[in-house]
Unconditional design. Structure first.
Length: 497
């Protein structure tokens, strides 16, 4: 073996090839073309590229590296203990990453492991000037990606405003493709219709979910039904022939109401706008605290409504058959110092007497819940979930200070920011719960008294089961605070308009 042959062997490197074909419609090389050119470059430059070191992501955006499995596998290989590769070869730097921040992070990580990244269509000179050119290329790629994303969003917005549906059609429909509107699916159309009919006849979302599962029906993805899935069908304006777009962030977080786009759809509706209003009103009536239980899972029609006046916790129903009643669940766990036990019969007598007195009262106090907004109930539920999360955040902030992780100044700053977040959420809740209009007060009071009278007729009737009584209670009552010391109730009423 001569000197030149030995030098060539010593100069050989081991490389990985990365190929990515993006989701956007742009002129770019096919995967096969990229592979052919990258392998040729490797051969011409004495770089060995074993088949197992060729990584490819198809139809995946380059904006987020964590969402590219082949890319992540390649990075893991480069970081591994034995450092098997010396270089990563790509067609363009934009195939490696379009987010400049991520590009710098991953390239720095690779540099620490003595791995270079080479773009065969964008050769760079060594030294500071080459690094500058590389940064400029990355900035241009990121700008192009952001601009492309904006163009796509604008196009989708225009499409939504024309009433075109841009997602997979929900259960009961199918998407024919080719830009054609959704069409009714004869195999599943009975499911949303059944959900609607059961809900308007008095069933809760949890009861409906159980019924669907018992009958062998499954969701669009083949999963068992749950309360959330049923509620999605009931509040989705698609079934009334309305297109709704830009409704959520990525995930399930709701966007501000002013950013949501509604338009008349170009498909056949399953029910009319009047039915849609009835569904919205009943959903708003059944809007409950996030932690409260569905009445069908409870054992009494007051379950989930009674609240301890000392600690504010829910009072649980239980006990021996002859002594069944309600007790603060925290007291039962030793976390509340005041017993609030009340027997089943006494609680029923108290609530009936209280409601009868309200009918004769000169003035009624109640909160008004508007069902006029098509998404009011969903947004209120989401805001209440966010409000509950602030309690958990407050505990973490306090724990960080108590454990010496945060200073007093950091604790004060975090608490101030959290209080501001809580205030904004509470303001949003108030905005979605309009106050009573003075000129309509007389009409609202009449409606409230009528609802109380109807509720009394139901809970006094021994032939009516506890589920129907519980549902009726939740239509009229938000929660009930029980004071054991005074053996008194404070009933918080609600009126859905």
């Amino acid at each position: 073996m001569n000197h030149n042959e030995i030098s060539n062997i010593l100069a050989r490197k081991t490389g990985a090839i990365y190929i990515r074909v993006s989701t956007d419609r742009q002129e770019e090389l096919s995967p096969d073309a990229q592979r052919r050119l990258l392998l040729k470059y490797a051969k011409d430059h004495n770089i060995d590229t074993p088949t197992e070191y060729i990584f490819q992501d198809n139809g995946i955006s380059g904006r987020k590296a964590v969402k590219r499995p082949a890319f992540q596998n390649m990075i893991a290989l480069a970081k591994s203990k034995d450092h098997p590769i010396d270089v990563i070869i790509v067609w363009k730097f934009s195939r490696f990453a379009r987010n400049q921040e991520e590009s710098i992070v991953y390239k720095s990580l690779l540099k620490k492991n003595d791995v270079d990244v080479i773009s065969i269509s964008e050769p760079l000179v060594d030294g500071p000037f080459g690094s500058l050119i590389e940064r400029i290329i990355e900035w241009m790629d990121e700008y192009y990606s952001i601009r492309l994303s904006g163009e796509v969003i604008r196009g989708m917005t225009e499409n939504a405003m024309r009433g075109n549906y841009q997602s997979d059609a929900p259960i009961g429909y199918r998407s024919p493709g080719g830009g054609k509107p959704p069409v009714i699916d004869p195999d599943t159309v009975q499911i949303p219709i059944m959900i609607k009919d059961l809900f308007l006849s008095g069933s809760t979302v949890l009861q409906i979910a159980r019924h669907l599962n018992d009958m062998g029906y499954r969701t669009k993805r083949g999963n068992l039904w749950d309360a959330r899935g049923v509620r999605y069908v009931l509040e989705n304006p698609f079934y009334a022939g309305k297109s709704r777009w830009n409704y959520t962030e990525r995930g399930s977080r709701l966007k501000p109401a002013e950013e949501v786009i509604y338009a008349d759809g170009n498909w056949e509706a399953l029910w009319d706008q009047e039915t849609e209003k009835q569904l919205r009103k009943r959903l708003a009536m059944n809007l409950r605290k996030v932690k409260s239980r569905d009445v069908s899972t409870a054992k009494h029609w007051l379950s989930g409504l009674l609240v301890c006046s000392s600690c504010g916790s829910t009072m649980a129903y239980g006990g021996a058959k002859a002594h069944r009643g309600f007790q603060c669940w925290k007291y039962s766990k030793g976390q509340c110092n005041v017993s609030h036990y009340i027997s089943k019969s006494q609680s029923e007598i108290l609530i009936i007497n209280y409601l009868e007195q309200l009918l004769d009262a000169d003035e009624l106090t109640y909160s008004v819940i508007s069902s006029a907004s098509i998404d009011s109930s969903s947004r209120l539920a989401e805001l209440e979930r966010q409000l509950q999360k602030t309690d958990a955040k407050e505990k973490r902030i306090k724990a960080a200070y108590q454990n010496g992780i945060d200073s007093l100044d950091e604790y004060s700053a975090n608490k101030t920011a959290l209080n501001e977040e809580r205030r904004l959420i509470e303001d949003s809740i108030r905005d979605l719960t309009p106050s009573e209009n003075e000129q309509d007060k007389e009409m609202l009071d009449r409606k409230m008294r009528q609802n109380i009278a109807e509720l009394l007729d139901v809970i006094k009737d021994s032939s009516i089961d506890y589920i129907k009584k519980g549902n009726m209670m939740r239509n009229v009552v938000d929660h009930i605070v029980f004071n054991r010391k005074e053996t008194s109730l404070n009933v918080f009423l609600k009126l859905v308009i």
